[in-house]
Design a protein around this ligand. Structure first.
Ligand SMILES: CC(C)(COP(=O)(O)OP(=O)(O)OC[C@H]1O[C@@H](n2cnc3c(N)ncnc32)[C@H](O)[C@@H]1OP(=O)(O)O)[C@@H](O)C(=O)NCCC(=O)NCCS
Length: 169
C-alpha cells in the first residue's frame, strides 16, 4: 500500500530488529499497555503472530511502514480486530524521529480508505490511553469522532469511531 510519502508492506521475520527498536523505546511505549518496553523474546513472539495474521484475516493486519524516499523504517500501521470483539481498529506506532510530520495521520487515512473501500468494513474504531493526546489528535484528523470511553484490552480507553459512508477526509 502506497501513500503520498509512505510505503506499507507486510512484516517478514527479518524485520525483528526494526520492531525491537520500536518496542524497546520507552518514549514509544509510554501510553501502550502498562507502559513497559518489550523484551526481544516478546517482540519475536509478536512478530510471529503478525506474520500469521495476514493469512488468517485477509486484508487486515499490521504493516511495516517505510519512507518512500530513502526506505527508512519509521514504524507500523494496523487495521485489525480488537481481540475478543467484532470491532476493527486502526492503529500506529512510529519511531520518535518520525513524529510531528503528519505520517500517522497519512497512514491512518490510507487504512480507513482500505477498510471501507476494499474490505467493506462497517465501522472502524481507534483506542488510546486517556493521556495520549497526540494519538487522539491523529484519530480526529483522520475523521474519527469522539465516542467517549470503552473497555478494551482489559483497560478503560478513549474511544473514537467512524462508520462507512461518513466522511473520512
Ligand atoms: C501518536 C503518534 C503515532 C503520532 O504520530 P505523528 O506522525 O507525530 O502524528 P501526526 O504528525 O500525524 O499528528 C500529530 C498531531 O498531534 C499533535 N500533538 C502532538 N503531541 C501532542 C500533545 N502532547 N498534545 C496534544 N497534541 C499533540 C500534533 O500537533 C499533531 O496535530 P496538528 O497536526 O493539529 O498539529 C506517535 O507520537 C507515536 O507513534 N507515539 C508512540 C506510539 C503510540 O502512542 N501510538 C498510539 C497508540 S494509541
Amino acid at each position: 500500500m502506497i501513500t503520498e510519502r509512505l510505503e506499507l508492506r507486510e512484516f517478514r521475520p527479518a524485520d525483528l530488529e526494526h520492531l525491537y527498536r520500536l518496542d524497546s523505546d520507552p518514549r514509544v511505549m509510554r501510553y501502550i499497555g502498562d507502559g513497559s518496553v518489550l523484551t526481544r523474546a516478546s517482540v519475536a513472539e509478536a512478530l510471529a503472530r503478525v506474520t500469521k495474521y495476514y493469512r488468517n484475516y485477509p486484508g487486515l493486519g499490521v504493516w511495516s511502514a517505510e519512507e518512500r524516499d530513502g526506505h527508512a523504517f519509521i514504524g507500523w500501521f494496523c487495521l485489525k480486530y480488537v481481540p475478543k470483539t467484532v470491532e476493527v481498529e486502526v492503529g500506529y506506532r512510529l519511531l520518535p524521529d518520525a513524529w510531528g510530520r503528519g505520517y500517522a495521520t497519512e497512514g491512518a487515512r490510507a487504512l480507513l480508505r482500505h477498510g471501507f473501500a476494499d474490505l467493506g468494513v462497517a465501522r472502524i474504531i481507534g483506542l488510546t490511553h486517556p493521556d495520549n493526546l497526540a494519538s487522539q489528535r491523529v484519530l480526529a484528523k483522520a475523521g474519527l469522532r469522539d465516542a467517549g470511553w470503552g473497555r478494551y484490552y482489559g483497560r478503560d480507553l478513549r474511544l473514537f469511531a467512524v462508520s462507512r459512508g461518513e466522511s473520512v477526509e
